[in-house]
Design a protein around this ligand. Structure first.
Ligand SMILES: NC(=O)C1=CN([C@@H]2O[C@H](COP(=O)(O)OP(=O)(O)OC[C@H]3O[C@@H](n4cnc5c(N)ncnc54)[C@H](OP(=O)(O)O)[C@@H]3O)[C@@H](O)[C@H]2O)[C@@H](O)CC1
Ligand SMILES: Nc1ncnc2c1ncn2[C@@H]1O[C@H](COP(=O)(O)OP(=O)(O)O)[C@@H](O)[C@H]1O
Ligand SMILES: [K+]
Length: 514
């Protein structure tokens, strides 16, 4: 699903009005009807006191039109308009007049702090103050209003955007932003919904298809793509009946050291669980028993180093190298890493200590095969690209690095973002239970597995990130967030592939691989 900017959405709005030969007010009415239907489904005629706060632009116009529908259906609605300037959008004014026709009274105008109404925890608040047209931080009594609304316990629904939130630009830390419990957003989600500084303000959110011009939407170059279940379904490549293990590639993990053999086991195990035809683990000598007894499906080749990998003699032709988990950054390991990377001619996966070694030895970056995939968490990313001011500069710097070095970066987090040149792919799966040791080692094993199975590098990265999160989501239904651990996430990879194609009634039946 495309993620468009506020400016693109305004252009789509205009294009819709022109192509569908409707007025902007007809479009507002369409939007308000769609939101009302969803509210009505949930509130089901409940006599809850509804308080709708409307701005003076089109977001406010939406709020007024929603209010009218609710009043006409018997809801107890009180409408407030923030009288923050003399300007009014034309569609706001049309709906301002229309609401008077159904209520016989004008909405309450708010002009200062003293005008704020009393709000009880039982109230249902609709926030239609600012949407995508916000162009500067909210200040003065309007900021006080947002702070006040945030302080009350009433349930809050935001229309299009939580007021005060920008769709795709950075905020200062003290900006006033409404904390919604739920957001109905129009046509496409906004980038800010997925970033750590701002993602919490929407509460849960749902995207309403408001029927904007499909030609515009098709042609628009998105600022990012959301990898949804549907997108992941399209990436999946089913197996051929008359195939054999040689058709599904060979992963060579270069992972583990004394005390960190678990990283190698998790990485190689995930590569097997995600479907690689064969997996060989290149490990320090002392790790052989651990690996062989943990994973009977995985073959091993030992380095000469007993506790650390200290050398590299390529044991397998045409394998996909997955290098870095738990290897440490000792001198001989770094030389073995450099040799292993240099000998590869096709894309590889570099994770964890592998990224730390690259950061310490940037001269090695030129040896990484084109389209290789690096999977840093933020600590590792900072070492690679330097500090950033906010999530937007983080993405810009990652894009620069990706373009300059012809690599794909998987920026791990609550919404992992895969960066390939100027393309940004935002993941939609995963949960805080996945913040657990070894979860990243599982991800790098999955990515290498799909690379080995013939997925192109960008698809392998985005698809694996989706499945990794989906495995965590499925597993958390049985184990809760707290009970999740990396090996459990890995055991749910098969279930997450099945779930891609299950209908909702079958989803309950997901079982782990044992
Ligand atoms: N996209 C679509 O396809 C569709 C979009 N629709 C709806 O339109 C919404 C966008 O509407 P919009 O463009 O009128 O902007 P909106 O958010 O109401 O605010 C603009 C007003 O706020 C003001 N203002 C700005 N910042 C401010 C500040 N910090 N403090 C104080 N004032 C500030 C600004 O004033 P100015 O900057 O000119 O002084 C202006 O008056 C969108 O979110 C959705 O709800 C649907 O109806 C139809 C389909
Ligand atoms: N709050 C969260 N929500 C969703 N996914 C998360 C969250 N926290 C961490 N993850 C995921 O868990 C993995 C953690 O990886 P990493 O930090 O490298 O762990 P480790 O180094 O222990 O293997 C990443 O894929 C990340 O996206
Ligand atoms: K709003």
């Amino acid at each position: 699903m495309k993620i468009l900017s506020a400016q693109q959405l305004a252009e789509a709005d205009l294009s819709t009005i022109n192509k569908q030969q409707i007025s902007s007010n007809d479009l507002m009415e369409r939007v308000a009807t769609l939101v009302f239907e969803r509210l009505h489904q949930r509130l089901n005629g409940s006599p809850v006191p509804v308080k709708i706060f409307c701005g003076i632009g089109n977001n406010g116009g939406d709020g007024l039109a929603i209010a009218r529908h609710m009043i006409q259906h018997g809801y107890h609605v009180k409408v407030y308009v923030t009288n923050c300037s003399k300007k009014r959008s034309p569609d706001f004014l049309v709906n301002y007049d229309r609401i008077k026709d159904v209520t016989n009274e004008w909405p309450v105008l708010l002009s200062c702090k003293e005008d704020f109404p009393e709000i009880t925890p039982q109230d249902f608040i609709i926030d239609a103050i600012f949407g995508t047209g916000i162009n500067r931080p909210v200040d003065g009594w309007m900021a006080d209003l947002i702070v006040y609304l945030n302080s009350v316990k009433a349930f809050k629904v935001a229309i299009d955007m939580p007021s005060g939130l920008y769709a795709n630009t950075a905020h200062k830390t003290d900006d006033a932003i409404l904390q919604a419990d739920h957001t109905f957003t129009f046509q496409t989600p906004k980038l800010s919904f997925f970033l750590p500084e701002t993602g919490q303000y929407t509460g849960t959110f749902e995207v309403i298809n408001i029927g904007l011009d499909p030609e515009y939407l098709m042609a628009a170059a998105p600022i990012a793509q959301l990898i949804t279940r549907e997108a992941a379904q399209n990436m999946y490549q089913p197996r051929e009946k008359f195939s054999y293990k040689g058709d599904y590639g060979h992963v060579l993990t270069f992972a583990g050291s004394k005390g960190k053999m678990g990283a190698a086991v998790l990485c190689a195990g995930a590569a097997i669980n995600a479907g690689a035809g064969k997996v060989t683990a290149y490990i320090p000598e002392d790790g052989n028993f651990i690996m062989q007894s943990s994973l009977p499906e995985v073959m091993t080749v030992e380095s000469e180093g007993e506790e650390y990998i200290t050398d590299f003699k390529n044991p397998i032709e045409n394998a996909v190298l997955c290098i870095g988990p738990g290897i440490g950054v000792k001198k001989y390991t770094c030389s073995a890493f450099a040799k292993a990377v240099k000998e590869q001619s096709t894309p590889i996966v570099i994770d964890a200590d592998g990224i730390q070694i690259l950061a310490k030895h940037p001269e090695l970056i030129k040896d990484i095969p084109k389209d290789s995939i690096l999977t840093p968490h933020d600590g590792e990313l900072k070492k690679l690209i330097g500090e950033w001011d906010n999530s937007y500069t983080r993405l810009e710097k990652a894009q620069e690095f990706s373009k300059k070095n012809n690599v794909i970066l998987v920026l791990k987090g609550a919404h992992t973002i895969t960066v390939a040149g100027s393309g940004q792919y935002v993941n939609s799966t995963g949960n805080p239970g996945m913040a657990t040791a070894g979860s990243g080692d599982v991800l790098s094993g999955i990515i290498a597995s799909f690379l080995a199975q013939g997925y192109d590098p960008l698809t392998a990265a985005a698809f694996s990130v989706y499945l990794h999160g989906a495995s965590g989501d499925l597993a958390s239904q049985t184990y809760a967030h707290e009970g999740l651990k990396a090996s459990i996430i890995s055991n749910f990879i098969g279930s997450s592939i099945l779930q891609l194609f299950r209908n909702p009634a079958q989803e309950q039946q997901a079982q782990p691989q044992s």
